[in-house]
Write a protein that binds this ligand. Structure first.
Ligand SMILES: C[S@@+](CC[C@H](N)C(=O)[O-])C[C@H]1O[C@@H](n2cnc3c(N)ncnc32)[C@H](O)[C@@H]1O
Length: 239
């Protein structure tokens, strides 16, 4: 029997499709293995954009101390109880927490390095700048910001004769994504713009916060730059 899928671009449907098919196009295991080589097990980790928790579960399975955030309630609802308990439902920019982490990680959680560019769900550079500042502020002095190198196919088979195709066009400082859902004679399209920066643009923009290293096969790594004013403050307070 053919199941006719409804509008696939509601928040609820996107979360459904994601929880069922993301394993087909994300190389979770390879990203996880590379992560364990880069990050000691005793690290405190904040994951941005846990989504349905697929990457978080892998981190938890080997004993990382993980906290998470995600701005989508629909995605979090599909995560395991354990992931929901350790996660907050908020955007990174609204994340308010006084603790410190050794590592902040995004596995396609709104920040990805894809096809040579740093891609972000935010559309304005000011938002990205604030996000970098926020990540910097929740990290310990020697902390690191890890962002996965993501790739995916441009056609995803959703079964029941339904196919999702993804096209991307380069524009100034951004990429325009066109998602087309096809099933039989039905076709629905949605466009999304994302900020996309070259490594040089990212480094220039991050100059107060991170030094980026692009050498690893699976992750780009932002090494936290110590805050100049904090250092000044400590030495002024010293007797
Ligand atoms: C493609 S899903 C990835 C989920 C998961 N990390 C994985 O690897 O399967 C992206 C998730 O990031 C979340 N997200 C994107 N930008 C975010 C931000 N600025 N703050 C919090 N969550 C964000 C979205 O709500 C979505 O659930």
């Amino acid at each position: 029997m053919k199941i006719r899928l409804g509008n696939p671009f509601t928040e609820e449907k996107i979360a459904d499709v994601y929880s069922r098919y993301s394993h087909r196009y994300h190389a979770y295991q390879e990203a996880f293995e590379a992560f364990t080589r880069l990050v000691p097990l005793e690290s405190r980790v904040l994951e941005i954009g846990v989504g349905t928790g697929a990457f978080t579960e892998l981190l938890l399975s080997v004993g990382y101390d993980v906290k998470g955030i995600d701005r989508s309630e629909e995605m979090l609802r599909r995560a395991s109880e354990q992931v929901r308990v350790l996660s907050r439902n908020c955007d990174l920019l609204d994340y308010d927490y006084s603790g410190k982490y050794n590592v902040v990680v995004s596995h396609s959680g709104g920040f990805t390095f894809k096809r040579g560019k740093f891609e972000i769900y935010y559309q304005k550079k000011e938002d990205l700048e604030q996000a970098l500042q926020k990540v910097h502020s929740v990290l310990v002095d020697e902390g690191r910001f890890l962002v996965n190198k993501g790739e995916h196919d441009n056609e995803i088979d959703l079964e029941n004769g339904a196919i999702l195709t993804i096209k991307q066009e380069e524009a100034e400082n951004s990429r325009i994504y066109t998602y087309t859902f096809q099933q039989g004679d039905r076709e629905i399209t949605r466009q999304q713009r994302r900020l996309a920066l070259s490594p040089e643009e990212l480094q220039e923009m991050s100059s107060h916060y991170f030094n980026w290293n692009f050498d690893d096969e699976r992750w780009i790594i932002g090494e936290r730059i110590p805050k100049f004013l904090e250092i000044m403050q400590v030495s002024e307070d010293d007797p």
